[in-house]
Ligand binder design. Structure first.
Ligand code: EPU
Length: 420
């Protein structure tokens, strides 16, 4: 974790140009690390990003009986025996993905107990989808003091319907279902690429999952899982952040390992904004500004719609587009905290409920701003890169949780950014 006093100082106003390779997906890597609890064998994960959230989850696993070794971008996990089924509250509250230990503990140790997890303050983030899934698989779920407790002497496959396609809910229930007896069907599952990757990993460990990447996932339970050697997919949100930083600065950025098939919604919007976008699996995604950006409208919705985790960065880029742009946030009810920070740089933005209207083009001028969560932090960095003069970004611990080597990657694209 970064010391509190660290900040980024950006001398903005330079177009970003060049190639950047992104890390493995933060969120997918977190799911993969949690999957290490599901087997007594060694799980080797490659392309795991060097970010604080991974360290935090590794520490939680260690407390539950796992041996976790992190060597660069390779993580090795082995959990011969689960020694605790109740991770400490202070650890669980540091990140949202900590709650993903529930499914594996329930499946392998027949019980799990956890406080509601922490995570970014971007809206109400219920857990009912997780509990509906566990209950349908035969678990008793109850509240014990501050903890949620799930227990089941055996899990049985079931047909499970989710009210909402929660990402972590889908992964947690999938973790339990792969070791349940018999067949499960999860209806209205999250189809995000990171969820699909988690299912691919489980299959590499001996699970029988089909339909992942669609809203209906089918699972044939197996008695146990074995180890695997598995590479995490590239981070589409990190890739999108660099492409939007390029767009906001009128630059030309190529993300060499981005997977175009995971980023249709962003590619379409970048083209609509007037950027020339070349996208293929071999060379990644390149977005080139060839003239002024045009205003667009975006709705942040579950995948494959426009990602809520790119909403703030997109809004930052929209300050440089000609005309009134609009973002309608439909996933979180408190995503727009970044708006006040962008206003400090001169952005003209109006919020009404979950909608943000952005007037452009607006010359931004450097100022002192705060990273309020991971993506709000990315938005102020994007805006700071587009602003003339010096922008100081405080609260960069949030960025260190989710972006590996952010300042190095931006510097390689020609940005003047340093950590102080
Ligand atoms: N929701 C429900 N019921 C539930 C759970 C969620 O209605 O039981 C609703 C929430 O109210 C919210 C929406 O679902 O409106 C999103 O919550 P979801 O459960 O899908 O999010 P999550 O699984 O907690 C993951 C990512 C988030 C990302 C969301 C949506 C991780 C660790 N987190 O969260 O990532 O925004 O999916 O794609 O994977 C980030 O990376 O910056 C981040 C916040």
């Amino acid at each position: 974790m970064s010391p509190v006093e660290e900040c980024f100082v950006i001398a903005g106003g330079r177009p970003l140009r060049g190639d950047v390779t992104v890390s493995g997906s933060k969120n997918a890597a977190l799911y993969a690390v949690a999957a290490g609890l599901l087997t007594a064998d060694t799980l080797t994960l490659r392309d795991v990003p060097a970010i604080d959230d991974i360290e935090e989850l590794a520490e939680i696993l260690r407390g539950l009986g796992s041996r976790v070794e992190i060597e660069g971008e390779t993580v090795r996990i082995s959990t011969p025996t689960i020694t605790s089924t109740a991770p400490p509250a202070e650890q669980v509250m540091r990140l949202r993905a900590s709650f993903l230990v529930m499914g594996p503990l329930l499946a392998r140790a027949h019980e799990a107990e956890c406080v509601p997890p922490g995570g970014d303050v971007i809206g109400s983030r219920p857990l009912d989808v997780h509990f509906v899934g566990f209950r349908m698989l035969g678990a008793a779920v109850s509240r014990r003091g501050a903890n949620w407790r799930a227990e089941a002497s055996r899990l049985r496959g079931a047909r499970i319907f989710f009210d909402y396609p929660s990402v972590l809910g889908t992964v947690n229930v999938l973790f339990a279902a792969v070791l349940a007896e018999g067949h499960s069907t999860i209806v209205n599952a999250a189809p995000e690429p990171e969820v699909a990757m988690a299912a691919d990993l489980l299959n590499a460990m001996g699970a029988k999952v089909t339909g992942h990447g669609t809203p209906i996932i089918e699972v044939d339970g197996v008695a146990s899982l074995h180890g695997a050697d598995f590479a995490v997919i590239p981070d589409r949100l990190e890739a999108g952040t660099y492409l939007l930083a390029g767009a906001a600065t009128g630059g030309d950025v190529r993300v060499t390992n981005a997977v175009p098939g995971h980023m249709d919604s962003l590619i379409a919007k970048l083209r609509e904004m007037g950027l020339t976008v070349q996208a293929d699996d071999a060379t990644g995604i390149r977005a080139t500004a060839t003239g002024p950006l045009q205003a667009v409208q975006v709705q942040a919705v579950p995948y494959p719609g426009f990602a809520t985790d790119l909403h703030p960065q997109m809004a930052a880029a929209m300050t440089q587009a000609q005309g009134n742009s609009l973002v309608h946030e439909r996933v979180y009810d408190n995503r727009t905290l970044y708006v006040n920070e962008l206003r400090k740089l001169g952005a003209r933005m109006i919020t009404a409920a979950d909608t943000v209207i952005i007037e452009g083009p607006t010359p931004l001028v450097g100022s002192a701003v705060r990273a309020l969560d991971i993506r709000a932090g990315a938005a102020v960095v994007v805006a700071g890169l587009a602003a003339t003069g010096e922008t100081t970004v405080h609260g960069i611990g949030h960025l260190d949780r989710g972006y590996a080597g952010l300042e190095d990657r931006l510097r390689a694209l020609g940005a003047a950014i340093e950590r102080r």
